[in-house]
Ligand binder design. Structure first.
Ligand SMILES: [Zn+2]
Length: 104
């Protein structure tokens, strides 16, 4: 009987680990509190009519600034469209912190 490739389990572990602090109830509560205070998308680059914030974006990424995960000034409530835009730019290697200048 062939053995399972060793990469199988390693790949499965990556996803929950990447979410890290965001998979905790502390984050769920924190994120909900931020969006109660700012129910609408606060992204300065948001276009169109105001819409509810559905996510909280880390302006300085958690990968490089994990200590700011629960820092309110570093957390901007955003709509799904803005979140997709900024996350896509970050994945492409763009530094997006400046997109949020003056949001708070
Ligand atoms: Zn938006």
């Amino acid at each position: 009987m062939p053995n399972r490739p060793p990469s199988h389990n390693a790949n499965r572990r990556r996803q929950p680990k990447a979410r890290g602090a965001l998979a905790t109830s502390r984050w769920t509560r924190f994120s909900a509190r931020v969006r109660r205070r700012y129910p609408l998308c606060m992204a300065p680059f948001h276009r169109g009519p105001q819409v509810p914030a559905t996510a909280v974006h880390h302006i300085l990424p958690r990968a490089t600034h994990p200590h700011l995960t629960f820092s309110e000034p570093n957390c901007c409530p955003v709509c799904a469209q803005c979140h997709g835009l900024v996350e896509g730019a970050e994945r492409a290697g763009e530094v997006t912190a400046g997109w949020f200048d003056g949001w708070m």
